[in-house]
Design a binder for this molecule. Structure first.
Ligand SMILES: [Zn+2]
Length: 194
């Protein structure tokens, strides 16, 4: 049922625009030391993108503090990049979810299209099954879904939750925004660092 997301370039440009907004919010807050944030984006080379993306669209937006005594990097939330994963977040979610969905046969087709091999997909599934549920984000965020959605399998239940209630583009955008807190560096750590 949810075997696809919008593949046209305009959807990816739209996600970039959402990232711009998230970045602007972060920049406004400034550095925790009180310094101002300057752009210090880095270029990612996401694999398997459905449309040909420009270099602009592959930038992971990020900032650096302008105080010499600090220079701390601040990286805002993103609806495009999921942590350090090479693939765009939507692809990691979609392919993992499809394998759990009603038509696992389509996974082969999808993974061929995006060039993700078997072992990559297995890693993603381990991530969703074992790692993601242990994150501080999910422990809190799942409470906002549980009264309405039965969370049986991740990430399929998430895709189902957002896409069964919304049109495709909007559903994907809401899902990616929901997950965006886990895209900042350190957010996927499950151990509390002292
Ligand atoms: Zn600073």
């Amino acid at each position: 049922m949810y075997h696809d997301f919008p593949r046209n370039a305009s959807f990816w440009s739209f996600l970039r625009a959402v990232d711009d907004d998230l970045a602007a919010e972060t920049r406004k807050k400034g550095c925790s030391c009180g310094g101002r944030l300057h752009s210090a984006n880095y270029l990612r080379k996401p694999r398997g993108t459905p449309a040909k993306l420009s270099e602009q669209e592959c930038l992971r937006l990020s900032f650096c503090c302008d105080r010499d005594s600090c220079r701390k990097r601040t990286t805002p939330r993103s609806v495009r990049f999921l942590g350090r994963k090479v693939y765009l977040g939507a692809i990691v979610i979609l392919i993992s979810a499809m394998r759990q969905g009603p038509s696992p046969r389509r996974v082969r087709e999808l993974s061929a299209r995006f060039g993700a091999d078997e072992s990559t997909i297995t890693r993603w599934q381990t991530f969703w099954r074992e790692h993601f549920p242990q994150t501080p984000f999910w422990k809190v965020a799942r409470a906002s879904l549980v009264p309405v959605a039965e969370i049986l399998t991740l990430p399929y239940s998430l895709v189902d939750f957002f896409l069964s209630r919304n049109r495709r583009c909007r559903g994907w955008t809401l899902l990616l925004q929901f997950l965006s807190p886990i895209t900042v560096p350190g957010a996927l750590q499950t151990k509390v660092s002292q």
